[in-house]
Design a protein around this ligand. Structure first.
Ligand SMILES: [Zn+2]
Length: 414
């Protein structure tokens, strides 16, 4: 495969992979949660084998690890993408179409009257005259993250079919990213070396590069009250629902997702349930800044202490677990993992656009396990919607970026 063939290759394999239904289901605890994800992982394994990749392990949990052994001394690189697509309540079956964009609204589905309107997606005008992959209006496209998956397969094809000197390359395909980053949590870090320069290919439009994410934690508050027949409750009853209410009432109404943006964090009360005996509140904490993140945990504990004094006979407990960590925190002084991407994008003429990611990524999970893992663009727009679209030129640049990284990697030996 030569560079003129990149876009045809990507188109062909992307459409092949999107045709394999692999929506995940966060209500199913097994990993992978759906059979389609395993089917896609098997197909990927076969495709990589057919290119001559020999070192492949497909685990029972759907995680596929491929290693292309290096021919020269260079820092080992690792790329990761997720095989599942998001469940947004539409059809799980994807029927991708390639169109030539002329600058006008795109009729995705004539029968159902579904149109991608330029007025609602003005960024699309950047791709006038180009080929764009779109949906038929009834599902997501799943460029999140099959574009990342396909770029990695393209890298394997290019490396194996050309005499490119390279260091060790790891390709990690994980299930169930959507709805809990479960594949990344399940990933056994002993399967890969510690000195990797590691990346997810799961970002958005051309040039996007993210190495700042939230720090994330989940908090559970459990309240046990004192129950008794309401007719003879005076001085005895401790209503756990009202105790929960006292806790929530003490929270900062401005420190919420609906009042924050950019690098601001928040506390979100996600779930509350209660009865006469007990109640429970589920909360998530998010912040880019580690100190502010920790301060929110202290704030929650302070509220619990206050409310406990108010209701001495209630039993209140607070449990906080970290979910993932800001990739930037894990980076430390060794900036090679960022620098190599900056250089690669510059070399292929892509202007880099770094932005804070207001969410978790598989890379944020890896970062919390000690391996900083920034996120590289796939080229996709409007993800998690039926209007999701993938400009072919941006998609090709995603592949070119990682190929360039492989080529310049020897310079980054420590
Ligand atoms: Zn994704």
């Amino acid at each position: 495969m030569n560079p003129n063939q990149f876009s045809e290759f990507l188109k062909e394999y992307f459409i092949k992979y999107t045709a394999i239904t692999s929506q995940s289901d966060s209500s199913i605890p097994t990993l992978p949660s759906t059979i389609g994800q395993m089917k896609l992982a098997q197909t990927l394994k076969e495709d990589l084998e057919s290119f001559g990749v020999k070192d492949l392990t497909l685990q029972e949990n759907g995680i596929l690890i491929a290693k292309i052994t290096g021919t020269i001394d260079a820092p080992p690189l690792s790329f990761m993408a997720h095989v599942d697509t998001a469940n947004i309540g539409v059809s799980p079956h994807v029927k991708a179409q390639v169109i030539e964009f002329k600058g006008e609204d795109i009729i995705l589905n004539k029968e159902q009257n579904i149109t991608l309107k330029v007025s609602e997606h003005p960024d699309i005008l950047n791709y006038k005259g180009d080929e764009i992959i779109v949906t038929d209006g009834t599902s997501v496209l799943g460029a999140d993250d099959k574009a990342g998956v396909t770029a990695m397969v393209g890298l394997a094809k290019y490396i194996t079919s050309n005499n490119i000197e390279h260091g060790d390359i790891y390709l990690l395909f994980v299930p169930d990213e959507e709805g809990g980053l479960r594949g990344a949590y399940a990933f056994d870090m002993s399967k890969i070396p510690k000195n990797l320069l590691s990346y997810t290919i799961d970002g958005g439009p051309l040039g996007e590069f993210g190495y700042e994410t939230f720090n994330g934690a989940a908090a559970n508050i459990y309240i046990k009250g004192v129950s008794i027949h309401p007719g003879s409750a005076k001085g005895i009853l401790v209503n756990p629902i009202l105790v929960a209410n006292d806790i929530i009432a003490r929270m900062d109404r401005m420190d919420t997702p609906e009042h924050s943006e950019g690098k601001q964090g928040f506390i979100l009360v996600c779930d509350i349930k209660g009865n006469a005996t007990e109640s429970e509140i589920d909360i998530i904490i998010r912040d880019f800044d580690k100190d502010k993140f920790e301060a929110r945990k202290v704030f929650l504990q302070k509220i619990i202490d206050e409310v406990q004094k108010l209701h001495p006979r209630a039993e209140i407990s607070l449990e906080i677990k970290d979910s993932y960590a800001n990739i930037a925190n894990a980076l430390g002084d060794d900036r090679r993992c960022v620098e190599i991407v900056e250089e690669a994008m510059k070399n292929i003429g892509v202007s880099i656009h770094t932005l804070p990611i207001r969410g978790g990524t598989d890379g944020a999970v890896f970062s919390s396990k000690g391996l900083p893992t920034p996120n590289i663009f796939t080229g996709a727009h409007a993800i998690h919607s039926v209007y999701e679209y993938l400009p072919l030129k941006s998609f090709t640049k995603s592949l070119e970026t990682i190929i360039e990284m492989v080529k310049i990697a020897p310079k980054y030996l420590k």
